[in-house]
Design a protein around this ligand. Structure first.
Ligand code: NAP
Length: 499
């Protein structure tokens, strides 16, 4: 990419300051955010590369029946773009996608997006990033922002005969709207958030629904009232009402949930466990079914499932819970180890994601030949989930080991981007040409993070996508307040500012 001639005054540049060009990889929630914030700060040379043909990331990819966000919409919104039109406290996927499209369009983001173009390589040569794309383009930029998301590489289960199924097979994250549901015999493998939402959405539409459960899930109850016309009018008339709601819910989530799960012995954890237990006891009438739905590990050890209607859906006459292990898939359906063949028309894989991929398989080669594939050969690590030692001017949003859990990743990305911007400003000001975290700071961060993770509820004994290959929770193990504090300002001692 050639840097277009620019009027420095127009972009707030004073003599001596550098004009920087940016590649933002991914046009999901974080990529849209990056573009808006960069422009807000006077940067204009921004290209967003999006491998899909539309923006919206996870909300474009996940269109399975029932897809929704279990974080309240007033919180799952950009802080700078409150939306008075949310229809419900928790929104469906399509509504979130249209919100993201609306925000992106009103900020002129789509004009910077190159759709259908995947960045396959980034090589750092002579102080700049040289990008190679799937369309054969070779572009050169100063700074790369990897906004590639966490949950985007579908995990396919290793089940014998999977390819032999005679009906339709579809992964929740690659939903095909032509897959028939009404009056069909549907099998769903998995009991994570995706499966639970889908069960609730289709139980009364199908001929028969078989939910193949390998591990039972705790289910947090959730009410989802529609916003009244009057409430929406109040949101529209006075934007501070929504801003205050955003802040209040953020505090409530930080104190009530995020801070509870990082201390397995906290009072907050006991309250979460009690709420899930009461939900199970009160909602499932049949004693035998209730016992099969009862997990044998602590609530929130796995990513907590939140649902107003899963338990009622699984008790629907059309629905059945299968707890015998899957032996193999056959052309007619799924055979379980008890010898039974569960005949199906459609097989849904709600089997989650390969969460350690991040921006890979893109190859990233830093100066001195430092290769991301080698740095991350064991597992992905990063300083504060943002920067990788030896790979300068390359920053990640929602990268490895950042805050996860039932929190708004939009707020996480906003805080991270504000941190990244402060580093980028140092390059623009001419203070340095290259910025990356030091190896020492990254190792120290990782060592304390791993130690702190032992106290979290995620480490109390369950199988989950939160755990890395060593069984260590791959997440921010401290309070959300602490995350806000450290994101407020980079500690420059932890960075190489060179050149
Ligand atoms: P997931 O939580 O990783 O669940 C995958 C499910 O598939 C698990 O129940 C797992 O069983 C099962 N499974 C995997 N391989 C299997 C096999 N070979 N045989 C039998 N069962 C198998 O995936 P997800 O439901 O797609 O959710 C992933 C994450 O996406 C969530 O945790 C959440 O962070 C996010 N999400 C969020 C929302 C939202 O409302 N905000 C909605 C959907 C998803 P085991 O439990 O035994 O491993």
């Amino acid at each position: 990419m050639t840097v277009p001639p620019m009027d420095p005054a127009q972009v707030g540049l004073t003599p001596g300051r550098r004009n920087l060009s940016f590649a933002v990889i991914g046009a999901g929630m974080s990529g849209i955010l990056s573009s808006i914030k960069l422009r807000e700060h006077g940067y204009t040379d921004i290209t967003i590369y999006e491998k899909a043909d539309g923006l919206g990331g996870t909300w474009r990819a996940n269109t399975y029946p029932g897809v929704a966000c279990d974080v309240p919409s007033a919180l799952y919104s950009y802080s700078f773009a409150p939306n008075p039109e949310w229809s419900h406290r928790f929104s469906a996927g399509a509504e979130i996608l249209s919100y993201l499209e609306g925000v992106a369009t009103s900020h002129g983001v789509p004009e910077s997006i190159r759709f259908g173009e995947e960045v396959v390589r980034c090589d750092f040569v002579d102080g700049r990033w040289h990008l190679e794309t799937s369309l054969g383009a070779h572009d050169v930029v100063d700074v790369v922002i990897a906004a590639t998301g966490v949950l985007h590489h579908p995990a396919l289960p290793d089940i014998e005969g999977l390819g032999s199924f005679g009906g339709r097979t579809v992964h929740t994250a690659r939903w095909d709207p032509t897959v028939p549901i009404d009056g069909q015999r549907i099998g769903i493998i998995g009991t994570g958030s995706s499966a639970i939402q889908m069960v609730a959405a289709i139980a009364d539409r199908v001929q028969a629904l078989s939910l193949f459960q390998r591990t039972a899930q705790w289910v947090m109850p959730q009410e989802n009232p529609a916003y009244t016309e009057e409430e929406q009018r109040a949101f529209r008339d006075d934007p501070t009402v929504m801003t205050t709601l955003h802040e209040d819910i953020s505090e409530m989530f930080a104190n009530g949930f995020s801070n509870a799960v990082v201390d397995a012995e906290s009072d907050g954890m006991r309250m979460i466990e009690a709420a899930c237990l009461t939900n199970l006891e009160d909602s499932v009438i049949d004693v035998e079914l209730r016992e099969r739905l009862r997990p044998d590990y602590r609530a929130a050890c796995k990513r907590l499932v939140v649902s107003p209607d899963f338990y009622s859906a699984i008790q629907h006459p059309n629905a059945g819970l299968v707890t015998d292990a899957i032996q193999r898939v056959e052309p007619e359906g799924i055979r379980t180890v008890d010898g039974q063949l569960h005949e199906l028309d459609v097989l849904v894989l709600a089997t989650g994601f390969r969460v350690d991929r991040f921006m890979r398989p893109m190859e990233v080669v830093g100066p001195a030949g430092v290769r991301l594939s080698e740095v991350w050969a064991d597992r992905p690590t990063a300083y504060m989930s943002i920067s990788i030692p030896g790979i300068p001017n390359f920053f990640m949003l929602n990268g490895p080991n950042g805050p996860i859990g039932n929190f708004s990743l939009i707020e996480v990305a906003e805080l991270q981007f504000a941190f990244i911007l402060q580093l980028v400003e140092r390059i623009r000001s001419g203070e340095c040409r290259l910025v990356s975290a030091t190896a020492r700071a990254t190792e120290a961060f990782e060592a304390t993070r791993v130690e702190a993770a032992k106290k979290t509820v995620w480490a109390t004994g369950c199988r989950s996508w939160y755990l890395d290959d060593r069984g260590v929770p791959a997440a921010w193990p401290w309070t959300f307040q602490r995350f806000r504090e450290v994101m407020a300002e980079p500690d420059v001692a932890d960075f190489h500012l060179t050149g």
